[in-house]
Write a new protein. Structure first.
Length: 545
């Protein structure tokens, strides 16, 4: 029997025993949590010892909503346009892309990521100047918008007829009605899975992502729309698990199309995929749908019209009430949940209406359907989130008033609403199971210490970020313990895994993260400077700083 004795200041997130000095792990699960003296007595002479001294040990941190394949692709498969602080520097972008192409002449398709749009209007001609003989696309950091060169438009079949069918809000055209290269939302989602890549590419991307997540202190993640960027992603995960290479546990939500034609057949398909690929380190647990887009692209589904576009309240993507009710009810039969991208208040209101009606059919208020992003939410819908047992996945890292973006929000939805953005405390007060999410790499940061900092201060630490952001909606600030719960036990509940992970308790999987900071009691500015020491999975150290 393999035994590991772990010593340090243990914050368990177990209400019955919140603190300990030692844990004994046997065969990857906790066999004892308590005093160092007793743990040493119980450990065998051949037990491995991991002594972290005065450092602090937490349950392995859990990320509720991210995109692993996409992250790995951006790490090693794409040109990073934020390299060397390029930001919105289009001449610098050109240089970065040209260098990437020169280093990867064998590629038949090129991608550049992290494009930050500015007021300068660029079209396919900008990319044609960089690369005219192969497809080249440039995608925003958020992933909802993309610019294509002429070869990429031809490859994707995006022509005047396609633009007319999809709508000129989603496929921009020139004065002759021809696509100018800029697309957003549905067309982007249609293209991404078709971009050429091999199974070997996919597995390398997933392993690069795993290294990043473990080195950041995360031991399990929720992948929201696992096939968005590679249709065979589940197979790639499964093969890696069969090869013994997976350490990061992934709880996946399988992507469904907007207003899916046959919800019952869709659920049956997801259930069959689950049966085919189910393992210890990769599990399909639900279905992901997009309800809308994002406010900064004028595509979030709001409760009211955009101030600068009267008569328009955003893109309603999955907006068929009856189909969503059926999808939720059928998923319930299979023990699956539904996880939606719900950025605007109108999308959230729609989804909660659907969940309420589905629960009248199923009688189950513990399905743990997830609404992620939640930029603007009415008081009524905060209350309904808790009443329906739905899970609010909130982004504390997005809560500050960021220069440029905050002013843009005010122009689009008004100052009163912009100042009410990203509630967190209200969800806790209503009794909901609040979880944090990063949406990495769609959003550029997945970070434990800054999540805790922004949840309390509603801005970023000035020492690291300067004056780029100001506090916003400070009445929604929460306590450190609430933040830790939103990254540990509450996420485990989202996945129906609270009996296996999320706290350091007897019989649970021995996943832990070690930092040099007491997140509960140290000064908040010290929290912002915390350093990770180690990450432990199944009682084994898988990352050491």
């Amino acid at each position: 029997m393999k035994q590991t004795l772990i010593l340090g200041n243990i914050i368990t997130m177990d209400e019955k025993r919140p603190f300990a000095k030692a844990a004994l792990v046997k065969n990857g699960v906790f066999a004892y949590i308590g005093s160092a003296e007793e743990a040493k007595k119980l450990a065998g002479e051949d037990a491995q010892v991991l002594d972290y001294g005065e450092n602090y040990i937490y349950p392995g941190f859990l990320e509720s909503h991210c995109h692993g394949y996409f992250a790995g692709d951006r790490f090693i498969g794409q040109a990073n346009l934020l390299e060397a602080g390029a930001l919105t520097d289009y001449p610098k972008y050109r240089e970065i892309i040209k260098n990437f192409i020169a280093k990867n002449p064998q590629k038949q398709f090129y991608m550049a990521a992290m494009w930050v749009e500015n007021e300068e209007h660029v079209t396919k001609a900008y990319l044609d100047e960089i690369c005219s003989d192969k497809p080249l696309v440039m995608q925003t950091g958020g992933g909802h918008s993309m610019l294509l060169n002429t070869k990429a438009l031809e490859w994707a079949g995006i022509d005047a007829e396609y633009a007319k069918k999809m709508g000129y809000d989603l496929v921009h055209v020139d004065e002759n009605g021809e696509p100018d290269g800029y697309i957003c939302e549905n067309p982007v989602m249609e293209i991404m899975p078709k971009i050429p890549k091999t199974m070997e590419d996919a597995k390398n991307y997933l392993l690069a992502w795993q290294d990043f997540a473990l080195s950041s202190g995360y031991t399990a993640v929720g992948d929201a729309g696992v096939e968005i960027f590679f249709p065979e992603c589940s197979k790639a995960f499964h093969e890696l698990e069969e090869e013994g290479k997976l350490k990061l546990r992934t709880y996946a939500y399988s992507l469904t199309q907007d207003n899916v034609a046959d919800p019952k057949a869709e659920v049956a398909h997801v259930a069959s995929e689950r049966a085919k690929y189910d393992g210890e380190y990769y599990k399909i647990i639900g279905i992901k749908a997009f309800l809308d887009g994002v406010t900064e692209a004028h595509t979030a589904w709001q409760n009211q019209d955009y101030l600068d576009q009267p008569g328009y309240h955003g893109a309603e993507r999955f907006n068929d009430h009856d189909k969503m009710v059926q999808l939720i009810a059928e998923a319930n039969k299979e023990g699956l949940s539904v996880h939606v991208h719900s950025e605007g208040g109108g999308a959230t209101h729609f989804m909660l209406n659907c969940i309420e009606d589905a629960e009248k059919i199923t009688g189950n208020k513990d399905q743990r359907n997830v609404l992620a992003h939640l930029h603007y939410v009415t008081d009524e819908d905060v209350r309904r989130m808790a009443e329906t047992g739905s899970v609010p996945a909130v982004p504390p890292l997005w809560s500050p008033a960021a220069q440029g973006l905050y002013e843009q929000e005010i122009a689009y939805v008004g100052k009163e609403l912009a100042d009410q953005a990203y509630p967190i405390k209200s969800f806790y007060d209503a009794g909901a199971n609040v979880v944090f999410h990063s949406d990495y790499p769609v959003s550029p940061m997945m970070n434990v210490k800054y999540s805790i900092y922004t949840a309390e201060k509603r801005t970023y630490p000035k020492e690291a970020f300067g004056d780029l952001c100001q506090p916003r909606n400070t009445k929604e600030a929460i306590t450190r313990e609430q933040s830790l719960r939103a990254m540990t036990i509450n996420v485990a509940r989202q996945w129906h895994q609270e009996h296996r992970m999320g706290s350091i308790e007897f019989g649970k999987i021995a996943n832990m993260t070690v930092f040099d900071c007491d997140f509960l009691h140290d000064d908040i500015e010290k929290v912002a400077q915390a350093n990770i020491v180690a990450t432990i999975v199944d009682g084994e150290e898988v990352f050491k700083a």
